[in-house]
Design a protein around this ligand. Structure first.
Ligand SMILES: C[S@@+](CC[C@H](N)C(=O)[O-])C[C@H]1O[C@@H](n2cnc3c(N)ncnc32)[C@H](O)[C@@H]1O
Length: 242
């Protein structure tokens, strides 16, 4: 009888069986320990993670900037595609895919694989869905994630690529923990970020990231830097693994 009372008490406090199924890292209590708040700076959220102020999310109204014709030359997306050394069988998660500018460059390289194109803005999911017809590809699956969860299955992806997106994740620790558990054995995480070390890169400070800062933040999610490739004109290509 006493055991029954203890069980009822635990279930009430814990909110029932569903409570224990939530990832611990998603709870507000654990977030409070990981993040600090201060007055937001311009373009910032005021939310601090590992000493870095998280940038504001680029809204879907910026879609035309992502699709600008000069982007290929400015960012040399052809070189980025080469640096990734994709295999035809790879399952790639493009997290923070936006309009799918890079998703639709990768998809044709994956004749036996696919791209899971994750974003949190429903408008971006619409761009991605329409993009499949426009680019005539069937191996792209748009995925509506949440700010803290990319909704990927455990051990399901070979590569997670985050292009110009990680610095604006509102819950970077939770996101990276989910992404890490979604990697297959030997899987890689690739962060493509404007170089914070280079003041001549004409991008707002909070939208850049240094190798040292990225390495520190990835380490907190159980990832180590394997390689930093600086072949692009303005961005780092940082490869991480478990
Ligand atoms: C600057 S855009 C870059 C889009 C794309 N990677 C590109 O390079 O064209 C950043 C994207 O990240 C998305 N984003 C922000 N936080 C996210 C999160 N927690 N999970 C998934 N996507 C997120 C935004 O909605 C936005 O579409």
């Amino acid at each position: 009888m006493q055991r029954l009372w203890i069980l009822c008490f635990v279930l009430i406090l814990g909110g029932g069986p569903g409570f224990s199924q939530q990832p611990a890292t998603s709870s507000p209590a654990s977030s409070a320990k990981v993040y600090n708040l201060r007055k937001p700076s311009r373009d910032g959220t005021g939310k601090i993670y590992q000493g870095r102020e998280i940038a504001q999310v680029m809204g879907h109204l910026g879609a035309s900037w992502l699709e600008r014709p000069e982007r290929e030359q400015e960012e040399r997306t052809d070189l980025l595609l080469k640096a990734l050394q994709l295999k035809p069988t790879d399952v790639v998660a493009d997290i923070g895919a936006g309009t799918g500018y890079f998703t639709f460059l990768m998809a044709p390289k994956l004749s036996k694989g696919k791209v899971l194109a994750v974003d949190i803005q429903p408008e971006m999911i619409t761009y991605l869905t329409e993009g499949k017809a426009k680019h005539k590809v069937s191996n792209v699956e748009p995925v509506l994630g949440t700010e803290s969860n990319p909704k990927l299955m455990a051990s399901s992806i070979d590569i997670a690529i985050l292009i110009d997106a990680y610095h604006e994740f509102s819950y970077p620790r939770e996101m990276m923990e989910h992404i890490t558990s979604a990697l297959k054995p030997g899987g890689r995480v690739v962060l493509v970020e404007y170089r914070a070390e280079d003041p001549s890169v004409p991008i707002k400070e909070l939208h850049k990231l240094s190798v040292a800062q990225a390495t520190k933040e990835m380490k907190a999610a159980g990832l180590k830097l394997l390689k930093n490739d600086d072949r692009l004109p303005q961005q780092h290509i940082m490869f991480f693994g478990k």
